[in-house]
Design a protein around this ligand. Structure first.
Ligand SMILES: CC(C)(COP(=O)(O)OP(=O)(O)OC[C@H]1O[C@@H](n2cnc3c(N)ncnc32)[C@H](O)[C@@H]1OP(=O)(O)O)[C@@H](O)C(=O)NCCC(=O)NCCS
Length: 288
């Protein structure tokens, strides 16, 4: 976050040249660290930095490789049940760590957007962007591409709020994002729209059931594990509405569940896979 002075004793080293670095920690507290540094090449001091100050943050195992080599490693985890899908389950313990990754994942437009959000929204929004960019990078690596920094994948949104994805490695990659708190999931696919949703299984009121589902849909709801199935139905509608790019628009009945086939439900004609993960349901649209 700042330094008092930097003194150089020679020309800049060539790109790729390795220097020795000695660090004297002068002071540290819970959130801040102050140090002096000396950089030398073959025993000769090249630069001295006095009064370097930085914020301290946690560096947990799950974030370490992405901190070191962000162009090679994911911060999100691949979701094994769906190609092109990644999820984040871990929360940053500090806003310093969250901001650190925001600066590594977001381009100029995205960072301006991020800075304007409330603290709570920042966390979920960033989690969704991390999941989306990592899903895209993993997909591209599967196509044979080499190192890709997260910042090379732009995730902006259209006027209706639908996320859009752009990068120089592939044309027409599309994305869908969902989050619940700090858990976020995103899915990419090439050349066709996708929808994904994530909902927590919880006990909902009968008035929710009546406003969300028609009588025909309620007849399709199994009696056992009703909370879970309400959530599957709801998530399936949300995923379909996202695939269309409209969102539910306050009218979930516009997306009627027409059939249940195992864990797959149909929303109109659209098949939607649903899967329980702990206390959550993930739903994603499949190709018709
Ligand atoms: C906008 C909507 C997609 C939000 O869904 P949600 O389940 O509340 O939230 P999720 O976390 O699952 O999804 C949010 C993400 O959907 C994406 N999204 C937003 N609008 C979208 C659209 N029109 N099309 C596709 N995706 C969209 C965004 O990426 C958003 O995350 P971000 O803003 O952080 O980037 C939409 O379906 C909605 O308004 N839901 C509110 C519930 C409702 O309508 N209730 C009716 C009362 S009975």
């Amino acid at each position: 976050v700042g330094l008092d002075a930097a003194t150089f004793f020679g020309p800049h080293p060539a790109i790729g040249e390795r220097l020795d670095c000695t660090v004297w920690i002068r002071r540290h507290g819970a959130r801040q660290v102050r140090a002096d540094l000396e950089l030398s090449s073959e025993g000769r001091v090249w630069a001295q930095i006095k009064g370097w100050e930085d914020r301290r943050m946690e560096s947990e195992l799950w974030m370490w490789t992405a901190m070191q080599y962000p162009q090679l490693n994911l911060l999100a985890e691949p979701y094994p049940h769906l190609e092109g899908c990644c999820l984040t389950r871990q929360a940053f313990a500090s806003s310093a760590a969250r901001d650190f990754f925001a600066r590594r994942y977001l381009d100029g437009t995205e960072i301006a957007r991020y800075r304007a959000l409330s603290q709570r929204r920042k966390s979920e929004w960033l989690a969704g962007r991390i999941a989306a960019k990592d899903a895209a990078r993993r997909w591209l690596w599967g196509q044979g591409h080499g190192p890709i920094f997260p910042i090379e994948i732009a995730v902006h949104e259209d006027p209706g709020g639908r996320p859009t994805l752009r990068c120089s490695y592939a044309d027409d990659l599309r994305v869908s994002i969902a989050h619940k708190g700090v858990t976020a999931v995103a899915r990419v696919a090439q050349g066709h729209d996708v929808g994904i949703d994530l909902e927590r299984i919880e006990s909902r009121t009968s008035s929710f059931e009546e406003s969300a589902f028609t009588a025909a849909e309620r007849r399709l709801l199994p009696d056992v594990d009703r909370d879970e199935w309400q959530t599957r139905f709801w998530a399936a509608k949300e995923a379909t509405a996202k695939r269309l790019g409209t969102g539910l628009g306050g009218d979930p009945r516009r997306f009627p569940i027409s059939a249940v086939e195992g864990e797959r439900v149909r929303v109109g004609e659209c098949p939607v896979a649903t899967r329980r993960e702990g206390d959550m349901i993930i739903a994603w649209t499949e190709k018709e």
